[in-house]
Design a protein around this ligand. Structure first.
Ligand SMILES: Cc1ncc(COP(=O)(O)O)c(C=O)c1O
Length: 398
């Protein structure tokens, strides 16, 4: 049986929110940029948070919580992965988990491989941990994107010390194949380096795609890998601050255990309570319903683009609610989102922020209602002439 779709909230209600998505731009801008979604919370999450507010359960997160068990259950039900609760630790968010692990496994100045186009903060997180990001771009196969294993092998042979993987990948929404993950892990192990796999979008993998947890992709991955994940993208909980760092071998678990206790103390109590509810079986139907909605939206975007902006090139994401769209053929220059914002009053994420490979691209957030998505594309189409004029004026230095 197909789950009932989860419907997005109407725009007037959304505008009462005070988060980044709703406060960065004035009210005449449709915000489809930052990775927040426009859906109501899952009922089990609302209930957990209401209970906490009612009882004033707002202190520090306890040293023993049900979070790891809840994620292990979720991973087993959704991915068929037997993750071990004893090899997990929590922290405030996925970004912090990545930085804290990197700090432990690299030395200052070490190169860390990233695969652009990539979630822009990856460049900054590597730097925050003292490393230097080394780009090995994804390979465009003509029908999708995949890891450039030859390029990664060369970078490792040349001395790179870690790989920061995004699986599923932001912004393309691609899931990496089990075979490519296993090959990556073997290569990394051969060179004595670790792989940190950001799996924050994994709960949003569509039923027609297969998400392989990196640590489950093979024995090498289990020995050298770290996964960092949270409920925050699928359940829109980013402001509550809770993420999990996960390992699968004694050596990597020892690294997690060696992190200062302060790293774990930064976990948000509300984030932990909400994540336990999100990962519980009670939220499975809600998540299935969200996937139905996101499937409708990824298809709707294809229809809207074909109808209104046929020059746009777009492949539907396998996972998540972010859509990577190539607008190069519209002739709107390296950063089309800039003039789209000014002329069409639609905020998309800037392509070049994702690395040089993002030139000419924009990233749409499709975690919204169909009316908003349609309005956004129609606004851009209506503003076509003024966008082109503004881009050409700028290029001519007028
Ligand atoms: C791939 C990826 N990693 C990490 C994050 C940020 O997660 P957090 O807020 O838990 O640091 C995002 C947010 O969109 C993301 O897309």
């Amino acid at each position: 049986m197909t789950a009932a779709p989860i419907r997005a909230l109407p725009l007037d209600e959304l505008r009462r929110r005070t988060s980044e998505k709703w406060r960065e731009y004035p009210d005449d801008v449709l915000p489809l940029f930052v990775a927040e979604t426009d859906f109501p919370l899952a009922p089990a999450v609302t209930a957990a948070l209401e209970r906490a507010v009612r009882t004033g359960d707002t202190g520090y997160v306890a040293s023993r919580t049900p979070l790891a068990e809840a994620y292990a259950g979720f991973a087993s039900r959704r991915f068929g992965w037997a993750a071990e609760p004893g090899r997990m630790r929590s922290t405030a968010d996925v970004s912090m988990g990545i930085v804290e692990i990197l700090r432990r496994v690299i030395r200052a100045g070490d190169r860390v491989i990233v695969n652009p186009p990539i979630y822009p903060p990856f460049f900054d997180l590597v730097q925050e941990a003292g490393g230097v990001a080394q780009s090995v771009p994804l390979r465009d196969t003509g029908s999708g994107w995949e890891l450039d294993l030859d390029g990664i092998r060369d970078a490792l042979a040349d001395g790179a010390r870690a790989v920061l993987l995004c699986n599923p990948h932001n912004p393309t929404g691609s899931v990496h194949s089990a075979a490519s993950l296993d090959a990556l892990a073997r290569m990394a192990e051969q060179h004595g380096v670790v792989v940190i796999s950001d799996e924050i979008h994994a709960p949003l993998t569509q039923p027609d795609a297969v998400f392989t947890p990196f640590l489950a992709s093979g024995e090498a991955a289990a020995r050298i890998g770290y996964a960092v994940t949270s409920a925050s993208k699928a359940f829109n909980l980013a402001g509550l601050k809770c993420a999990l760092m996960i390992t699968a071998s004694d050596a990597t678990t020892a690294v997690l255990r060696s992190l200062p206790i302060e790293v774990e103390w930064r976990t948000g109590q509300f984030g932990m309570l909400a994540a336990v509810a999100a990962f519980s079986p009670q939220s499975d139907d809600w998540l299935d319903g969200l996937l139905v909605t996101l499937d409708e939206n990824r298809r709707l975007l294809a229809t809207l683009l074909a109808q209104h902006l046929p020059e746009a090139r777009y492949r539907m994401p396998d996972a998540g609610y972010l859509a990577w769209v190539d607008l190069t053929d519209l002739g709107w220059g390296p950063n089309p989102a800039k003039q789209i914002l000014r002329q069409a009053r639609v905020a998309l994420h800037f392509g070049p922020a994702f690395g040089a490979e993002g030139a000419g691209h924009v990233r749409f957030n499709i975690g919204t209602g169909p009316e908003i998505l349609a309005e956004a594309v129609e606004r851009i189409a209506r503003a076509r002439a003024s966008i082109s004029a503004a881009v050409h004026e700028r290029a001519a230095g007028l």
